[in-house]
Design a protein around this ligand. Sequence first.
Ligand code: AMP
Length: 221
Amino acid sequence: MRIVLLGPPGAGKGTQAKQLAKRLDLPHISTGDLLRQNVSGLTALGKEAKDFMDKGLLVPDELVIKMLSERFNQQDVKKGFILDGYPRNLNQAKVLDGILKEKNMSIDLVFDLDCSEAVIIQRLSGRLVCRKCGANFHKTNMPPKKSGVCDNCSGELYQRADDNVETIKKRLLVYKDEVAALIQYYQQHGLLQKVNADGQAEIVLGEMIRVVGRKNDSFKV
Ligand code: AMP
């Protein structure tokens, strides 16, 4: 299965993508994670991308597309993937189709995670991320057992630089500006599946897994 996750920041794309990838035994590809790795590794790409990310703006398409094409050249992508955080605009969607077409592949399913603004701001402003394994926690919704320490790997938990209310609002505006065209594009291709993502993560995941099961007989829930 080749699955794309759309949804505003805070809809739970990362959380759901990780769980879905585990259940389907597919690689999870997050352009946000790849960019953050470049930023912390001080690569040329990371240095160019950092300013855009800190301001809640999209990193220019050519940088993201080059990074994603390189990721798609890796072997594990052949069996399928869960793509999270890409595409962010119509151009990126069309480029993705082109990259896949060259490899005789296409997208099977696009989830649109629908989430209200109040829920998004509450989730993101309390989000904690593990520096080591990338696991997500939340100050009140899902606090770690020990403050500041990841339950899974004992890594240090931190707040993302762009998870402050001002930047969250900017990221939401950027999302709303671009998403309508993307939704229309995938609807026209008969790939779009809307899921209410306001609820608890396990409930949302259950719904997504049911949709995957309906789409792909070989995947039994
Ligand atoms: P995310 O982790 O998906 O919330 O992404 C964090 C930030 O990385 C975004 O606010 C953008 O600045 C940048 N980013 C991630 N994916 C993309 C993309 N597909 N195109 C452009 N910028 C991106």
